[in-house]
Each structure stands twice: as structure tokens, then as C-alpha cells.
Design a protein around this ligand. Structure first.
Ligand SMILES: Nc1nc2c(c(=O)[nH]1)N[C@H]1C(S)=C(S)[C@@H](COP(=O)(O)OP(=O)(O)OC[C@H]3O[C@@H](n4cnc5c(N)ncnc54)[C@H](O)[C@@H]3O)O[C@H]1N2
Ligand code: MOO
Length: 653
């Protein structure tokens, strides 16, 4: 175990080199940020009842009216004096003179119920003076007497029977809502019943959201080479609204200090809080934090947090107005936003702290971590018997999907270099995701989406975790998934998947897909060659660059077999998906690779067939009876799914 002080010293020195001169812990960053801000809820404003949904009650709201507003009959029947009914029975019914009025809803009674009399009343009718009970119509009969109509009652009534008394539900002046209550449809119903047309709510904090970066284009606009869609602004604005704020999307700004400074100054005038993303690290274009030095004090409070994702986070205040510059990487941006900015928005919005839930899980694979930063690892959860298993998404800070698709995250402490497979981790849950009905781990295939969509239409939620064919097989053996998708070639027998079966596993046939060499159309070095011949020539041509695949993938096993030990240029470039291979070839970063026909076509690439491989599923016997698994097996055979698979280019197994 290294000496922690010496380690911290090393980390500080490294941080200085990185120019994060004052890197602090997450707790210290939070402390400094909060100390500089005024975190009381913003002032109240009155809004119409219908507009109060989702807002936060600013001050106590008292009822303006009783509910019900009068003593009200809760049945259809007759209002009478309970004392007159004493002794009534089927054998000896009591007789009541019927008063000449009928108290429908909304009718104000004119006739007092005198002893020995009764008045017909509807559910919701006003109980008339003199009456102290209502009897149900089913317990009565009517007849015509010598002095007019008579009601015969066959059961004695108790005083107060079938009457809802005025104010018994809501009493005028009663406190209905307390400050800090989020208004839902339930609160709105009570307020309406108590006569309120307007509600005092906390003014929503206005949060200006700016994206910076020359490469950014808004979603919907075509991507130029090197361009990226601005996803941060979209997720941040939506998250602002989710936590009681009002987003002000201010758009995308180039890495131009003067333009950005003017935008930040405008944002500070219009908003209660300013959130930027991008340009906070150390690149030449990273200008955002420099601007803050020129605004009103106290300025930058924190720049650099010993945290992953999120190291370059910059927290500042202009007066007591919070400014956060989030790292540009999407996972880093949204993670630091959730950790540091959401509590501030909620406080200003008058909302209570967010509820946080944590579950215990066993880590499925060894997870390395950078020394010196507390690393938060986004993970998916899968049920494995009694226990939950945590699978790190392994997508890194630049991923857009890591935070959005994770069930939660766990921490690896700053002084650890990783966590071992089998370690117990506490996973803090994100959002409202619950474990899926069906977990499929292994090699991902586009065809799987056709099956899972059919299941989704039946209300069955499937989840796929792409860990490669061998990873899926291992997970199936450990009983951590319902199915493992695989396309594993056994070179000795030339067959797929079956040779890899282990006790307790069953093989479910999936479909066949064509693997082949992908190249740019028209490239004379490939055009027209048979696949295996193309590989032999390409491997011998030093001018051609390969894009390989990751170890453990079925495609890599196939390619390794065909290369026969050769390591052509580009061999070390090993992305994890068919799409990455196709993109590298299409964009000219490589000249050839191996991928499936469906993907080659999607990228407009030339395709030279190599192998008709089988994509099947390993099914742990212990899971076979689960309804979601049975539904999956049925969907695999369904004509609609088969047709979709065929349309995508997948052949029957
Ligand atoms: N030499 C060093 N390089 C980097 C360091 C470092 O310490 N030394 N830190 C790394 C870490 S950690 C992070 S996190 C990132 C964050 O850098 P920036 O905040 O400066 O972000 P950018 O460089 O502007 O962008 C990074 C990345 O994210 C994409 N991006 C930016 N904005 C958006 C957006 N609105 N929507 C979607 N994607 C966005 C951008 O295109 C880049 O790909 O720096 C490391 N580098
Ligand atoms: O801290 Mo950065 O957010 O690792 O990727």
C-alpha cells in the first residue's frame, strides 16, 4: 500500500503540470460554491391554478371555502329526523309524510323537515333544516295516503347517517399546502375544491445554457467533417426543467473570447444561473474560464476537481450569481451538472434535495481507474440470482449514452487504481430505471433490435449490453443474463457457437449474417476479388491500412484465422463495433476491415463476402422458463420479426 501523503503529493504535482493549479476534492468544490451563493428560494409569484403544475408552493396556502360547503347527502334517498325512525323494521315500517319538494343537486331547500316528515334528496343534495339523517331509497317504499304521499321506512336511521357535514373534508382557513410542496394534479384538485384560482409559487430560476466549441452544430443541421451535434445544451436544458428551473437556451458560441464574453455578460443579466459547457480544459481554444476573471468578484471559486468524469469543472460566482463551466465531454458535462449545479437549482426553486437511492451490487469485471481522482463509473445492473451485478458501460467521458443509459454509478476512491471483479459496490441509482425484463449480454447485432422491438410492443423491456461474444458467453455461464448473443467460430470444426456450449447452457438458433471485407467502392485494390484473396493481398500491401476489431469479438476471431499470423499496418487499431470499422474505411482513416454486409451497405462501402456466420444465443437453462425469455423465443419465430430480419439482410439460421 503506497504512502497516501506521498501519493497525494504526486497527484498535486501532476495537477500543477496540467495547470489545474488548485485542484480540489468534490466536497471542497461543493463547499466553496455553496458558501459564495445565496441559496434561499427565489421570491414568490402568483400563477393561475392550471399553470401551477410542477411549480413549488412559496408560502402556506389556506382554504378559502369549506368542502363540502354545506351538509350534503351522500346517497339518493330521504332526509328525515333520525329519532322518528326508531324501531322501524320490515315487519313494522315507520310512516313519513312526504314534503312537496325534491332536493336535487344545486337546489336550496325551502321546506323544513318537521317531525314525522321526510324530503326526497339526491346524492349531493343540501340536507334541509330539521333533518339530521338521510336514508337510502332502497330501504323505503312509497304509497299514496289519505293526506298525500307517504314514505315507508323499513330500517332505523342513526343521527348523521349518510351526511357529509360542511367543512368535514376541507375546513375554511385550514392550511392546505405548506411552503416547498411541489404542485401535482393532486394539489391542484384540493386547491380548486377550496376555491383558489391562483397559487403563490416560487419563481423558477432562469438558467442560461451556452455551448462553446467551433465544431458544434445544432441537432438537425448536417454534420460537416469533424462536426459534432450539440447534445449538451439539449440534455442540460431538459435537466434544468426537470429540477424546477426555466431553461434559457442561448445557443452555440465559437471559441472567440470577445464574442463569448459578451454572451456571458448578457446571460448574467437575463438569468439567475449561467451554465456553459466546453472549453474549460487546457486546449488553445479553451477560453471560457478566462472570461470569468474579468467579471465582478468573487469570480472563479474552483477550477479543477479530483473527479472523473469532470476534472476540468470550473465553478464561479459573479456577485452571488452562480456560473458553472462544465467540461465539454457529454458524460462529464451532465455528471458535474447533476452533482454540483442541480442542488443549486433545486434550492433556488424551493425544492427539497433530490432523493437518492443506492443498491448493493457485485462488480462483473475488473475496472481500472486513474490514480488521484475519485472515479464515478457508469454501470448497468443485471439480476443474477439473488444478487445484482454491475456492468461498467466502459464508454468514457466522451460518451453521450453512458449517463443516459446507465442504471447508476459507483465510485472508485482516488487512491485506488481500480476495482476487482467480484468487488461489492454501492450503485447510486439514476433516474427511475428499473431492472429490465430481459437482459441480453454479448455481441450486439442490428438484427437484435428487430426482436426487441417486437417484445417492446408486448410491454417487455429488453436490455442489451455489448461486451463481445466471449464476454457474453462468460456472463451466460455465470448466470448473469437471460441470453448471450454470439458468433463464435470454432476453427477446428468450422462451425459456429455449438462447440462453445457449456453445461447448463442451451443454444438457441438466431440468424445468419454475411461477414466480409469492406472497402471504399471503386478501390481497384479490392474491387472484384474473392474475400479471402483480398485479405491475402491487402495483408501483403504496406500501402493499405487495416482497421481491426477488438479481441474477444467473433469478427476478430474470423479475421485472425484468415490473417494466419500476419499483422498488417493498422492491426493495432481495434475498435469495438462493425460501425466503427465501416466509418473508418468510409472516412479514409483506414482502407479495409471486416464487417457485416448490413453495415457495409449502410455506409455505402464495397463488400467482399468471407463467411456466412451464425449469430445465435446461449441461454442459461435456469432462465429458460422466465416469461420474458419465452416471449423472446416466440418472437424469434414470429413471421413479422422474420420478415424484418430478412429485410435487414439476415438469413434464417
Ligand atoms: N491535455 C489535456 N487534455 C485534456 C484534459 C487535460 O487535463 N489535459 N482534460 C480532459 C478531460 S478530463 C476532459 S473532461 C475534457 C474536457 O475538455 P473541455 O471542457 O475543454 O471540452 P472541449 O475540449 O470543448 O470538448 C471536449 C469534447 O466534448 C465535445 N463537446 C463539447 N461541447 C459539446 C456539446 N455541447 N455537445 C456535444 N459534445 C460536445 C467536443 O466536441 C469534444 O469532443 O478535456 C480532456 N482533455
Ligand atoms: O474528467 Mo474528464 O471528465 O475525465 O473526462
Amino acid at each position: 500500500m503506497p504512502d497516501p501523503d506521498a501519493l497525494l503529493d504526486r497527484i498535486r504535482r501532476a495537477a500543477r503540470q496540467e495547470q489545474f493549479l488548485d485542484i480540489v476534492s468534490a466536497a471542497e468544490a461543493t463547499r466553496r460554491f455553496r458558501a459564495a451563493l445565496d441559496l434561499r428560494p427565489l421570491p414568490a409569484e402568483m400563477v393561475p391554478l392550471a399553470a401551477s403544475l410542477g411549480r413549488v408552493v412559496a408560502r402556506g396556502v389556506a382554504a378559502l371555502a369549506d368542502a363540502p360547503p354545506f351538509d350534503r347527502s351522500s346517497v339518493d334517498g330521504f332526509a328525515l329526523r333520525a329519532a322518528d325512525s326508531a324501531g322501524a323494521s320490515e315487519a313494522a315500517p315507520r310512516r313519513f309524510r312526504l314534503n312537496p319538494e325534491v332536493l336535487a343537486c344545486g337546489v336550496s331547500p325551502a321546506i323544513e323537515v318537521a317531525p314525522g316528515s321526510a324530503t326526497a334528496i339526491a346524492t349531493g343534495g343540501v340536507v334541509p333544516r330539521g333533518a339530521d339523517a338521510v336514508v337510502m331509497i332502497e330501504q323505503t317504499a312509497l304509497e299514496e295516503g289519505p293526506e298525500g304521499p307517504v314514505m315507508l321506512l323499513s330500517r332505523a336511521a342513526a343521527p348523521g347517517q349518510c351526511i357529509a357535514f360542511a367543512g368535514s373534508d376541507i375546513a375554511r382557513g385550514e392550511a392546505l399546502l405548506r411552503p416547498g410542496t411541489p404542485v401535482t394534479s393532486r394539489e391542484i384538485g384540493m386547491l380548486a375544491a377550496a376555491g383558489l384560482a391562483e397559487v403563490p409559487v416560487v419563481r423558477r430560476p432562469r438558467v442560461a445554457v451556452l455551448s462553446t466549441g467551433d465544431e458544434l452544430v445544432p441537432p438537425g443541421a448536417p454534420l460537416p467533417p469533424g462536426g459534432i451535434h450539440d447534445s449538451n445544451a439539449a440534455i442540460l436544458c431538459a435537466a434544468v426543467a426537470e429540477h424546477g428551473g426555466e431553461p434559457l437556451p442561448l445557443g452555440i458560441f465559437r471559441d472567440d473570447e470577445a464574442v463569448l464574453e459578451a454572451a456571458v455578460r448578457r446571460a448574467l443579466e437575463a438569468a439567475d444561473l449561467v451554465v456553459m459547457s466546453g472549453g474549460t480544459s487546457k486546449g488553445a481554444g479553451d477560453v471560457s474560464h478566462r472570461i470569468l476573471a474579468r467579471l465582478d468578484p468573487p469570480g472563479v471559486l474552483v477550477h479543477g476537481v479530483a473527479l472523473k468524469p469532470g476534472k476540468p469543472l470550473c465553478l464561479a460566482a459573479v456577485g452571488t450569481r452562480p456560473v458553472a463551466i462544465l467540461p465539454g465531454f457529454p458524460t462529464s458535462a451532465v455528471f458535474t451538472f447533476q452533482e454540483f449545479v442541480v442542488p443549486v437549482i433545486r434550492a433556488l426553486a424551493g425544492l427539497p434535495a433530490r432523493e437518492e437511492a443506492e443498491v448493493a451490487a457485485t462488480l462483473a469485471v475488473r475496472t481500472p481507474s486513474e490514480l488521484g481522482r475519485t472515479e464515478y463509473v457508469m454501470a448497468s445492473l443485471a439480476e443474477a440470482g439473488e444478487r445484482l451485478r454491475a456492468f461498467p458501460l466502459g464508454k468514457g467521458s466522451g460518451s453521450v449514452t453512458a449517463f443516459s443509459q446507465a442504471d447508476g454509478f459507483f465510485a472508485i476512491p482516488a487512491l485506488d487504481q481500480g476495482a476487482e471483479a467480484g468487488a461489492e459496490v454501492g450503485v447510486r441509482l439514476i433516474g427511475t430505471s428499473r431492472p429490465p425484463d430481459l437482459t441480453i449480454i454479448g455481441s450486439h447485432c442490428l438484427g437484435l433490435d428487430a426482436v426487441l422491438e417486437a417484445l417492446a410492443a408486448q410491454g417487455i423491456r429488453g436490455r442489451t449490453l455489448a461486451v463481445g461474444s466471449l464476454g457474453g458467453l462468460a456472463a451466460a455461464k455465470r448466470g448473469e443474463c437471460d441470453l448471450a448473443g454470439a458468433h463464435l467460430l470454432d476453427p477446428a470444426s468450422g462451425t459456429y457457437n455449438a462447440p462453445f456450449l457449456a453445461p447448463g447452457l442451451r443454444l438457441v438458433p438466431g440468424w445468419r449474417r454475411l461477414q466480409g471485407v469492406v472497402h471504399r467502392r471503386g478501390d481497384p485494390r479490392f474491387e472484384g476479388l474473392p474475400g479471402p484473396e483480398a485479405i491475402r493481398r491487402a495483408a501483403a500491401d504496406p500501402g493499405l491500412l487495416l482497421v481491426n476489431r477488438n479481441a474477444g469479438s467473433g469478427t476478430r476471431i474470423l479475421l485472425d484465422g484468415l490473417l494466419g499470423g500476419a499483422r498488417p499496418p493498422g492491426h493495432a487499431n481495434q475498435p469495438k463495433s462493425h460501425n466503427a470499422v465501416a466509418a473508418a474505411v468510409a472516412q479514409g482513416r483506414a482502407d479495409w476491415g471486416v464487417a457485416i454486409a448490413t453495415v457495409a451497405e449502410a455506409y455505402g462501402l464495397g463488400f467482399l463476402p468471407l463467411a456466412d456466420e451464425h449469430y445465435d444465443f446461449f441461454l442459461p437453462e435456469a432462465r429458460a422458463a422466465r416469461p420474458a425469455v419465452q416471449a423472446f423465443l416466440a418472437a424469434l419465430q414470429a413471421p413479422g420479426v422474420r420478415a424484418r430480419l430478412a429485410a435487414l439482410g439476415f438469413a434464417p439460421a
